[in-house]
Every structure is written in C-alpha cells, then in structure tokens.
Design a protein around this ligand. Structure first.
Ligand code: BGC
Length: 748
C-alpha cells in the first residue's frame, strides 16, 4: 500500500513532490497497469449484485481499472477501494465518478432552471451541497457542470445546461466548479469536477441527440467556447469529450480540440475522459475501428476511456506495432495519477468512505431547506393577467393535470439516485400550504400523450399510471365546475428532457393540450403550472391562460416551493436563459444572433426581400432574460458617465429602478452591448453584465455598472481576442427585448 503524507508544503513544493511521487510510481508500473489507470468501467452489475465476486473486482485486483462510475453506496465503494488499495500490486486508489448533475439525494432544480435564478452564489451553494452529499457516499468525481450552449429547443439535453448565453453560462460554469471543488479538493467533502461535453454538443444538427456538429471557428470561439474555458480557468480537474463530431472528426479523437485548444491555448492541465463508450462509437461514425480509434483518441489527448475498453483491449498491441509510443501512455496515465494525487487519494484512499457521514449528511433538513429556497428562485412567471397570482388563500381550487400528483416527476433528468417516495407532489404541497379549510379538488384530467406507446417512450424510468381519456376529462371538468380557479399542472414529464430525449414537436403533448382547451372553454381562470426541461411553443397557452408559472423540474423540494410561490410567500424572480419560440419553425432562435444585410423592418407583417417569414414573426414568444414578478419595476433613464472612452478608461452606467408594486421583489437588471462594426460581424446584442437587486416596495435603487475595454472584446478573424476602436450600442433593461439604447464610442 502506498502512502505519503503531505503536510505544510507550498504549492510548488507540492507540485515537485507530486512529480517525484508519480515518477516513482510510473517507473514501477507495467504497460498494462498504466493502461489500467486509463480504463473507466461502469459499476453495472454491482448496483444490485455482489462486489466480492464481480468481474469488475477481479479487474481491479489485477490493476486494470483506474476508476469506476455508476456505483451507489459508500459500503460498496469502500469495498472496491479496499480491493484496489490492498489487493492490487501497486495499491493505487480508484477515482469514483457519478453524474451528480443537480444534487445527489437532495435534488436541486435541473441546471436549465438553476440558470434562470441568475444567482451564481446560490448555484455555487447548490454545487457545494451536492459535493458534500456525494462525497459522503463515496463519490470523488462528478460529471458536472454540463456547459453546452444550446439554441435548439428540440434537443433534450438543453435541460442540463445553462441556456443560450456564453457570458452568463461562463459565470455559472465557474460557480459549479468552485462549489464542487471548494478549496482545491483538499477537504473530505470536496470532489473533482468534470466539465462536459467538450465540445459544442449543444449544437447537434436538427436538435437530434448525438448528431453531427459542423460549425465555423468564429462561432465556436465567440458563441460556444466561453463556458468550457471558464470552467477550465476556474480549475476544473477534468474534461469530458463529447459524442459528436467536430469538423468531421469525433471530438474524442479531435486533436485540435483536445490538445491545441484545450491544453495549448487554454492551459488545461487536468485529464480528459471520453463520454460513455465514445471510443467504440467511432466505428459507427465511420471513422475508425476500435484499435485505430483508441490510438487516435490517445494521440488527440484523451486520457481515460469510459466503458468502451478500447484502451485496455488494443493499446498494448498498438505500442508493439509502433502505432503509438509508450511515452504517450505515460503522459495520459500521469494525468490521471495527478488527479488522484490532487484529490488526496494517495494520502488517504478512504477519504470519501466515511460510513458515518453517509448516515448523517444526505438529504438533511438543512440541505432540503436550501433546495426549497433555490427551487422557488428558478421559477419563471411568464404571464399573470390581472395579477391573478399570488393566490389569496381562500379560493376554491381545481387542481388538474397528469403532473399535479406525480411525486416521481418533480426532479427531472439525472436524478436516478434519489428516493422519490420522500418527495411531495404539487397536490401535497398545496394541501400543506392551505390546510384543511380550503377546498382543493384534484383530477388527473388526461394522460401525457393519447398514444400509449409514445407515452411509454416519454416517461422512461418514471412511469405514470394511464387512465381512460374521456373519464379523466369528465372528472377534470367536474372539479372545475365547483371551483373558482383552475390550476393545471401540465407539460413534459421528467424523462422527456435530458439525454436521448429529442422532440420534433415542442408543444405541450396532445392529450394535455386537449385538456387545456376544455378547461379554457369553462371560462374559469386557468393558471398553468408548467413542467418542462426545454423551451416549449406556448402560443396556445399564452393566449388563453390567466397565468403561466414555469416551474421546470424543481427537484426534491419542488412541491413546497411551488406552493410558496403560488400563495405569495415567495415573489418569483426567475428570468429565462433560453428564448421560447412562437413555433417550431423558428428554431434555432436565440437573442444574440447576427444581423442580416436585410433585417426585418416591421415585425407585424411579412416584408418581401427582408429576412423574415411569410407566416411567422421573427421574435420569440418569450425572450431571453424575460420573467415577471408579483410587483412592478419601473426603469428610469439610463445614464452613462461619458459617451467616448479610450482603451484604458472605464464607462460607468447607472439606471434608477423603482419598485412600484405591492410586493418587495428581486429585479435582474441586464446590460447588453452591440459592436456596430468589427473585423467579424458581431451579434445584435450580447449580455455583458447584470445586477440582481432586492428592492422593497415603494423604493428606488440606483443600479450601476462599470464597463471596461475587456467587456468589449471578441475573437477576430485571426483568432485574437481583441477589440477595435469604433461605435457601440449599450442597452439596459429587464430583458433582452425591452431595453433602453445608448451609444458610445471607443477611441484609440
Ligand atoms: C452522458 C454523460 C454522462 C455519462 C456517464 C453519457 O451517456 O452523455 O453526460 O456523464 O453518460 O453517465
């Protein structure tokens, strides 16, 4: 067993010490053992089966495994770690990975929802809690954050990212990394982050998962790369390559991406792991069979092979053939050993195997309280006619919809590890909030889809009981007839977004739309509680509903959080980080688009030879940055400290914002810029700053921003991060479509 104690040394001492330690270790490793470190199998059979007798345990004993993923439970993990440390020849500890994407047992809202809080402190706190829980249960490495920019609502994995904006996405990416890794992974509750999926996965063609990505370098650098780089700059210890091809080459074997950009340009010094089985999938891509794909992945800069066994099965032979040199293997193996060293696993391989912690630190009341607060801050109030919300508390409610009493549907994608029995539904939450005096009549109202097979595919691992369409509709209308207000909990069920959940129709599914139409027909006010993991086409609903509260998938505490918002204990403050289209034909739609030479001059009608549609407007139904509050914020005039700045000067921008309504509230004041003429065309708007301010009712807050030349930079046609002197628009407002525009000049 190898143990070195690291006490009282500086970073450089430590690096030198680490290097010596790893040099020594590598010098004693066989080629097969080195490749073993680069091999990451899934726990698979161990999830329910026996650790001792498994094939995986035997491979660990032989030194043929560097880490594992998908094993839940500290006892099982400790046993595997014991085998690695005590029964393998060199005793190298395992790194233990899991998709702790929005919580471990305490589940936070899905990442897309989290981004709508625009609150990086809260996001960091959620990541911290996720790390505390995961580490208490044996996990040392999380496959998060997912930072893929997405502009295409059809892609189900939109749910896992932070929306369409690279600036906000970057701030959020670094918040996650800080939260997971804490004080540089020194603590027992700090784990390694793995930023994914590098790169550009969110731009899968036609929104179909795993599909090809083909994109200009200009767009990569200016529109998509920033959040990955931000995570790297924040110190993310590892990066996961993506499934898609980039420039015709699978990302996992793309040397330009993994070495030229990631390591040489950005200075990444952690390790790169593939996505699930990516090396083997290169066959299907039509790129290379397992042996050649493994060699190319290694040459490109991929250090660890998740699940495909390509490295284990072929690299020894490729060394013998001379296709690759052993020094490349040493390099990759070293990076993985360094990660283990940085995690402190050589110091204490059982750092994350404290059974007592697992008993006391999971799903705690404190963690759940934070999750409840965060959930409420991610909800986006999209419509609120005549201030029907918040509810007064004495209304008779008809609560209808297939998602109204579906406990196992509150968490959304990547929440397999949690116990949904311990969560509450919307129905439970409302009853708890109002007590026995208020009438709440519940009726399911409809299935998710009319077609049972389509529904089966949609619900995946979280089945919902199906009922008879006509009977359920009748029950819903009965409930509505004896109520003052209808709350319809509808939308996507939890597995309709996330991996492998692309949709070609982004409306609320058919059976629920019919239910809504019938409810609108009653003439009673309908409040839609919208569950979704992606932007939806809500054109029908936005016209007829009295209110729409988008609750996404709010996590394990969503039931209470929803009740708190509906009954006004919390004033909603979420703002969209992804545009909601008017129809599928507008997709991809995003606020930070380029102009054309023939921009649309009048959005109310079709203009022949303008860049617009015959049958649809260019604008989204709900724009990026949009969200209502129970109170009303009024913006005064935007003031700039000057209208010309030189490269070393700063521009101060202020705007008074008054809370004119009846509730205290949080406003997110957004600042956008536009570079009017540049070396490459720039978007019509780019978020460059924002401030979140709490403004008590009746009060005014002067919100100010300082802009410097750094905020104006972009990647030019030669790849330089730069800015030229010239004209800029500066826009400030409550969302990307509603801004006051000023103008300034950047002079030499
Ligand atoms: C997903 C990754 C995930 C990995 C491990 C893949 O299918 O694309 O996001 O981290 O599985 O579970």
């Amino acid at each position: 067993m190898l143990l070195i104690l690291l006490t009282g040394c500086t970073a450089t001492d430590k690096d030198a010490k680490m290097e010596r330690y790893i040099d020594n270790l590598i010098s004693r490793m066989t080629l097969r053992e080195k490749i073993g470190q680069m091999t990451l199998p899934t726990g698979g059979d161990l999830v329910s089966g026996s650790v001792k007798n498994s094939e995986l345990s035997e491979s660990i004993r032989k030194g043929e495994v560097g880490g594992i993923l998908n094993v839940k439970g500290v006892e099982k993990i400790s046993e595997l770690q014991r085998i690695a440390v005590e029964e393998s020849r060199l005793g190298i500890p395992l790194i233990v990975g899991a998709d702790v994407v929005h919580g471990y047992e305490t589940i936070f809202p899905i990442p897309l929802a989290m981004s709508c809080s625009w609150d990086t402190t809260l996001i960091e706190r959620a990541a911290r809690i996720s790390a505390i829980e995961a580490s208490a249960d044996g996990v040392s490495w999380t496959y998060s954050p997912m930072v893929d920019i997405c502009r295409d609502a059809r892609w189900g994995r939109t749910a896992e990212g932070a929306g369409e904006d690279p600036y906000l996405g970057s701030l959020i990416a670094s918040a996650y990394v800080r939260g997971y890794q804490g004080d540089n992974m020194k603590g027992d509750d700090e784990i390694m982050s793995c930023v994914k999926h590098f790169a550009l996965y969110g731009a899968s063609e036609s929104g179909r998962d795993y599909n090809v990505v083909d994109m200009s370098r200009n767009r990569m650098y200016n529109g998509y790369f920033a959040p990955y780089k931000a995570a790297v700059d924040a110190g993310a210890g590892s990066v996961m390559s993506s499934f898609n091809t980039v420039d015709g080459i699978p990302a996992t074997a793309n040397k330009w991406l993994l070495t030229d950009v990631l390591r040489n340009e950005w200075g990444f010094d952690g390790f790169v792991v593939t996505d699930y089985n990516s090396i083997d999938e290169m066959r299907m891509h039509g790129y290379a069979g397992l042996k050649e794909a493994s060699a190319r992945a290694l040459i490109a800069g991929t250090d660890m092979d998740m699940v495909s066994y390509g490295y284990m099965k072929t690299l020894e032979e490729s060394v013998k053939d001379g296709r690759i040199s052993e020094s490349l293997i040493d390099k990759a193996c070293r990076r993985i050993l360094e990660a283990k060293y940085r995690l402190g696993l050589f110091d204490n391989p059982y750092k994350y195997c404290d059974v007592l912690r697992a008993k006391t630190e999971l799903f705690t009341p404190e963690h759940r309280q934070v999750a409840r607060e965060i959930a409420a801050k991610t909800f986006v109030l999209m419509k609120n006619k005549d201030n029907i919300l918040p509810l007064k508390g004495n209304e008779r409610i008809a609560l209808v919809g297939p998602l109204a009493d579906a406990r196992n549907n509150m968490c959304g994608t990547w929440s397999m590890g949690c116990e949904t029995d311990e969560h509450i539904s919307v129905y439970d939450g409302l009853k708890r909030a109002v007590g026995a005096d208020v009438s709440i009549r519940y009726a399911k109202g409809s299935n998710i889809y009319y077609d049972a097979d389509t529904e089966k595919g949609a619900v995946g691992i979280r089945p919902l009981e199906r009922g008879d369409d006509a009977k359920m509709l009748k029950e819903a209308l009965d409930a509505a007839s004896s109520s003052d207000i209808i709350i319809a909990a509808v939308g996507e069920c939890s597995e309709m977004s996330g991996e492998s959940a692309s949709r070609s129709d982004i409306r609320i599914p058919d059976a629920q739309r019919s239910l809504l139409k019938a409810l609108f027909g009653t003439g009673k006010p309908v409040i839609i509680l919208l569950f979704t993991g992606r932007p939806l086409d809500l054109s029908l609903e936005s016209e007829h509903a009295a209110a729409i509260l988008n609750v996404w998938f709010g996590g394990s505490e969503a039931g209470d959080a929803i009740a708190n918002v509906l009954y006004g204990k919390v004033n909603p403050s979420g703002r969209l980080t992804t545009s909601f289209p008017r129809s599928i034909g507008q997709v991809p739609i995003y606020y930070n688009h380029m102009n054309t030479g023939r921009p649309d001059s009048d959005d109310t009608k079709f203009n022949r030879y303008g860049s617009n549609y015959i049958d649809e407007s260019n604008t989204p139904l709900y724009p990026f940055g949009y969200g209502l509050s129970y109170t009303e914020f009024k913006y005064g005039d935007v003031c700039m400290s000057r209208d010309t700045i030189s490269f070393n000067e700063k521009l101060e921008v202020t705007v008074p914002v008054t809370n004119n309504g009846n509730y205290d509230g949080i406003e997110t004041v957004q600042l956008y810029i536009r570079d009017l003429y540049a070396d490459v065309c720039r978007p019509v708007k780019e978020l460059r700053s924002f401030k979140q301010v709490f403004i008590p009712r009746g009060k005014t807050e002067n919100v100010s921003f300082i802009l410097s030349v750094e905020d104006l930079k972009y990647y030019d046609s030669t790849g330089n991060f730069t800015v030229e002197s010239g004209d800029f628009d500066l826009m400030v407002g409550p969302n990307s479509s509603n801004v006051q525009c000023k103008h300034f000049y950047l002079s030499k």
